[in-house]
Design a protein around this ligand. Structure first.
Ligand code: SF4
Ligand code: SF4
Length: 191
């Protein structure tokens, strides 16, 4: 099959085109942009660590384990954060609270922060808001084993980053206390 190919006729250079070529017009336009930036120079480099950038409100920094206002750990060892984490950062070893068979807690809790993507999925997955993302980012270390954090280290990060703590869940929602027979010392439902 024959296909007709049409080509645009080549434009003859005008006098203006010749003039632009002879006077290096494009080069001068580029130099003008360079000179404009040079003369209106404002430094954008911050002299870290003496100067620090303002972090956005939704900044996602180092992870931490949180406590209630009476100092008890929020984590109930449910493993949901471990299941939600796409990078297998978290390892939870849970157990029963001694003397309270319906309650669980994390006996051990580990995070390998060398693998963390700071995606926040573990925080979203936690049913009791026991995990939080702090605004800490200065975690450069020489030995990456220092980024394998245990429960006490994660709780310490939470203590310094979240000084304002919530009341215990049972005190926020008295019905939780009523249905959980192990919370005998907490407010009971009125008849
Ligand atoms: S922030 Fe993301 S990658 Fe890091 S521990 Fe949580 S779920 Fe895993
Ligand atoms: S941090 Fe939250 S999701 Fe993870 S084990 Fe503890 S209670 Fe469950």
């Amino acid at each position: 099959m024959n296909v007709a190919v049409t080509t645009q006729p080549k434009r003859k250079p005008s006098f203006g085109d010749w003039l632009k070529t002879l006077t290096f017009y494009e080069l001068l336009v580029g130099m003008k942009a360079t000179l404009t930036h040079l003369l209106n120079y404002k430094p954008i480099t911050l002299q870290y660590p003496h100067e620090k950038r303002l972090l956005p409100d939704n900044y996602r920094g180092m992870l931490a384990l949180l406590r209630y206002d009476d100092g008890t750990e929020k984590c109930v060892g449910c493993d949901l954060c471990e299941a939600a984490c796409p990078s297998r950062v978290i390892r939870v070893v849970s157990g029963e609270v001694p003397g309270e068979p319906t309650k669980r807690y994390s006996k051990e809790y580990y995070m390998d922060m060398t693998r963390c993507l700071f995606c926040g999925l573990c925080v979203d997955a936690c049913p009791v808001d026991a995990l939080g993302m702090t605004r800490e980012f200065e975690w450069a270390v020489y030995d990456k084993r220092q980024l394998h954090l245990n429960k006490q280290q994660l709780l310490a990060i939470g203590d310094r980053s979240f000084p304002v703590r919530e009341k215990r869940l049972e005190l926020q929602h008295p019905n939780v206390a009523f249905f959980n027979v192990t919370f005998k010392h907490l407010p009971q439902k009125e008849n």
